[in-house]
Design a protein around this ligand. Structure first.
Ligand code: IFM
Length: 439
């Protein structure tokens, strides 16, 4: 196979998460926004981009791209707004949506937990306590039933490392905790939660006699580098970040042992029953490289997005660094599992650079495949513009541009480019016209 061709069985798809697109959800994040915690204190996700209402029309957005997989998440707060009380119409709403995807020839890649929780969760059964697992198991079993008979893939948990860093160490996202001991306990319980969800799905499939889906997590990974190449403490931080942030959780669900060594933050070592070899694939969310600098006061580390190659930072301020994508893909060889790109994308507010971003990242992907990394699919973040957490409505990660006044989904040059590569399977550079027209 020549170096610029994707094989026929390579899957092109797109991704979103429930809270970021559906609209009308009340959960821990909507409370977080109301307490003025986003950059823009007045920002609200609110009706978002009305994907819940418009879902059946939005399916056509996916097919029009030539995509055959769609990563979406179940919003726990929608199906269990009060502890122990299911909203049956929400469950059947999700079932209808999943069936519509399958009918349209799109494989759902279903995430069970993408950052958000029902309002009661952190108050009554937080992740650092065992009771979280009781609540989670009930939910996971219902999710397993929801998927009965459907051909899907599963990512149990989205970016556990981002949730733990933001929610349990830095206090920047719900539940707003900054406590190393609780952070370790919560991480161990999230590993257990992955195992519980996997077992719930496999048990259900066994009892209904339907083939098991592929199950993994979606892990955020950054390429880390020392800010000062010569500085031993910057180098040490880089090794710690790689080992803990990038690989801590992945190692736990591969070897069965969770080991975190983050001096000044959290540390611990624990064997977790059932966690060894508990994934069928490694899901990678890759966006950028970050440089680490030791600073002489808490929190001791500074994250820096540097424009080392004068390519221009992305609009959200991250380094444009496709080479890091290739390097991380090579790191994943150690897990000896197929790899899915569960997210990769760009905040591109003028719509000027997304096709070029795709081209350069796909080039790295094909190169890694040629070097023996078993990448099976690519799910672009995102299908359409959506609510970007603390950054709220500033960033635009969508292939489709959404006008939030009319809710119109606009086909862009990047949609055209995505479609041409996904349907021809041949990677050619995007037309130069895109850059000019957006200038
Ligand atoms: O929008 C997020 C997504 O929810 C998780 N991964 C990173 C994306 C861009 O920041």
């Amino acid at each position: 196979m020549s170096g610029d061709v994707f094989p026929a069985d390579f899957v092109f798809g797109v991704a979103t998460s429930a809270y970021q697109v559906e609209g009308g959800i009340e959960n821990d994040w909507s409370d977080w926004e109301r307490s003025g915690k986003c950059k823009d204190k007045a920002a609200r996700c609110g009706n978002s981009v009305e994907h819940w209402e418009r879902f059946f029309d939005d399916v056509q957005l996916i097919t029009r791209l030539g995509a055959t997989a769609y990563r979406l998440s179940i919003e726990w707060a929608r199906v269990e707004p009060k502890r122990g009380e299911w909203d049956e119409s929400a469950w059947s709403g999700y079932r209808a949506r999943l069936e519509a995807l399958v009918k349209a020839g799109i494989t759902p890649v279903v995430t069970l937990l993408h950052f958000t929780h029902p309002r009661w969760f952190h108050v009554e059964t937080p992740w650092h306590e065992k009771s979280s697992l009781v609540a989670w198991e009930r939910y996971a079993k219902r999710c397993a039933e929801l998927l009965d008979g459907l051909n899907v893939h599963i990512t149990t948990i989205n970016e556990p490392n981002v949730f733990l860093l933001g929610g349990y160490l830095a206090g920047m996202m719900p539940p707003g905790i900054a406590d190393g001991r609780k952070a370790f306990a919560a991480t161990a319980n999230l590993v257990r939660a992955h195992v519980i969800a996997r077992n719930a799905i496999l048990d259900r499939r066994r009892s209904t006699g339907v083939a098991a889906p592929q199950i993994g997590i979606a892990q955020n990974m950054l390429l880390f580098a020392p800010s000062r190449r010569w500085h031993p403490l910057d180098q040490a931080l880089t090794r710690l970040a790689e080992g803990n942030y990038n690989h801590g959780f992945l190692e736990a669900i591969s070897t069965g042992e969770l080991r975190l060594q983050m001096p000044g933050f959290t540390a611990g070592r624990e064997r977790i029953d059932g966690a060894a070899k508990s994934s069928d694939f490694t899901g990678l969310n890759y966006y950028s490289r970050t440089h680490l600098r030791f600073i002489a006061k808490a929190p001791w580390v500074q994250f820096e997005f540097l424009d080392r190659h004068a390519r221009g930072l992305t609009d959200i301020g991250w380094e444009w660094y496709p080479e890091g994508f290739g390097q991380i893909l090579h790191q994943l060889k150690r897990y000896q599992l197929p790899v899915w790109i569960t997210e990769n994308g760009l905040d591109d507010r003028r719509g000027a650079r997304r096709s070029q971003y795709l081209y350069e990242h796909w080039k790295e992907l094909l190169r890694a495949r040629a070097d023996g990394v078993d990448v099976r699919g690519y799910l672009h973040w995102s299908l359409m513009d959506n609510f970007e957490w603390l950054e709220a409505w500033g960033p635009r990660f969508g292939l489709y541009r959404v006008d939030r006044t009319t809710m119109n989904r606009e086909w862009t040059a990047a949609c055209e480019y995505f479609r041409s590569v996904a349907t021809t399977r041949r990677l050619t550079p995007p037309p130069a016209a895109e850059q000019k027209s957006a200038a």
